[in-house]
Design a binder for this molecule. Structure first.
Ligand code: RM4
Ligand code: MN
Ligand code: MN
Length: 425
């Protein structure tokens, strides 16, 4: 199903009067406080967040998977779905492919299709955490860390393959997430596992085109429950530093132990110029992969506070921004719309922080005032800014509402059937 801009605009018209009222009030209030509203709208319009190819179907747990119907059956249909999201929110002009779940067969065709929706290819992702049917060696005991050189070589070759697919599609980065580690004490020699992983990563890194980046993702546990070889940001940063200036640390919000101060990690990675990007999701307990902003919106805001505070505006940098959430009870497209919205809300809130006053209050150790300033921004309802930016870009004032009004899921089910299952998690 392909949305026409006119359908979106027609629906916008019915909501325009109310939007105008809210937007006028907010933009006047912000302008009175010396905030440049047009600049914020501009930043919001430019900010694009990639959709991963594995999040367009219903996610599952290790217990069950409940398909919602109308899931994309092919890469082409996945691109169509990202096109649908993008035509509603105008902020999802990128797709991130996971290989081998989504191997492009005809690059040209795929490129023409994605370009017709205004979609580019973001980071490509390798997968050495599962065994594929045609694969010679198993990753049961790891991939890049494996004790057997032949297994390591197979995983290295896979990553090189992924880079090749990415080059054909115009991607500029690869994200490496390893499930390597150990489940029991004594199972693994930590130092040897680290060094083997480093050697493997070096070989992959050496095949990176000069304008590419490598993102090294970390995760403290699961599926290995005693140790993971890239377990935290410190380890990832060690790898990135040893690899060279094309390697960066990637922060997946769900890959931290409870209560970790992620915003501080972000600040320090920025300071080292080693922040590669984000995988956005939310969680209550661990790697829950819940909708961004559904549990801890304040944390998300504090992360954006650090990003906005960085010397080079982060929007100028080539960060990898991607949603990385997949669960089993919502319509995945609605969920993705909500996630992108939550990220942009946090961004807009961070943009309205009075930074000069905050720095002064910090210098004066006025702790109360610091909190007042931050929370004043956090408690500002910035949604009219998002709606205005979206409308100016040709999108929907209210993406989820428009999606429902246009009965997108019903149409997708009638096109693709009730039992279609998409590749991915
Ligand atoms: C992992 C990790 C990776 C993602 C896979 C699907 O937990 O977050 O980034 O590619 O899930
Ligand atoms: Mn991730
Ligand atoms: Mn994850």
């Amino acid at each position: 199903m392909i949305l026409k801009e006119i359908q979106v605009q027609e629906h916008n018209e019915s909501q325009y009067a109310l939007h105008k009222k809210k937007f006028s009030f907010l933009s006047e209030t912000l302008s009175d406080n010396g905030i440049n509203v047009n600049k914020i709208l501009d930043d919001l319009i430019r900010f694009q967040i990639a959709i991963p190819s594995w999040a367009l179907g219903t996610g599952g747990t290790r217990f069950a998977r409940f398909s919602g119907g109308g899931e994309p059956r092919t890469l082409e249909e996945k691109i169509e779905d990202v096109g649908m999201i993008h035509s509603l929110n105008k902020s999802s002009g990128k797709i991130s492919l996971h290989i081998p779940w989504d191997i492009p067969k005809d690059y040209k065709k795929i490129q023409i299709l994605s370009a017709s929706f205004g979609i580019q290819f973001d980071a490509v992702n390798s997968n050495t955490f599962q065994d594929q049917p045609d694969q010679e060696f198993s990753y049961k005991f790891g991939s890049l860390q494996h004790t057997d050189k032949k297994v390591r070589q197979q995983a290295i070759n896979h990553n090189k393959e992924v880079i090749k697919h990415g080059i054909e599609l115009g991607s500029k980065s690869i994200t490496v997430w390893l499930s390597d580690g150990s489940c029991f004490p004594g199972q693994l020699n930590f130092k040897k596992a680290f060094n083997r992983t480093l050697e493997s990563l070096k070989e992959i890194y050496s095949s990176l085109p000069s304008d590419w980046r490598m993102f090294v993702e970390y995760k403290p546990y699961e599926p290995n429950f005693y140790s993971t070889t890239v377990g935290d940001w410190g380890t990832s940063l060690l790898f990135a530093n040893k690899l060279g200036n094309q390697a960066f640390t990637l922060v997946d919000l769900g890959h931290h132990l409870p209560n970790t101060n992620i915003e501080q990690i972000v600040a320090l990675l920025l300071n080292e110029n080693k922040l590669g990007g984000f995988h956005f999701n939310d969680s209550k307990y661990g790697d829950d992969d819940l909708t961004v902003g559904s549990i801890k919106p304040y944390q998300l805001f504090l992360i954006f506070n650090e990003l906005v505070d960085s010397e080079t505006p982060f929007i100028e940098k080539e960060f990898g921004w991607m949603i990385d959430a997949s669960h089993n009870v919502k319509d995945p497209l609605e969920d993705l719309l909500q996630s992108v919205e939550a990220i942009k809300i946090a961004y807009a809130q961070a943009l309205v922080i009075d930074r000069i006053a905050l720095e002064e209050a910090r210098d004066a150790n006025d702790v109360v005032l610091c909190q007042e300033i931050l929370q004043n921004a956090f408690r500002t309802d910035v949604r009219p800014l998002l709606a205005e930016a979206r409308m100016q870009a040709g999108g929907a004032l209210n993406p989820v509402q428009t999606y429902r009004y246009l009965a997108v899921r019903k149409n997708l089910i009638s096109e693709r059937g009730n039992k279609s299952v998409s590749s991915g998690l």
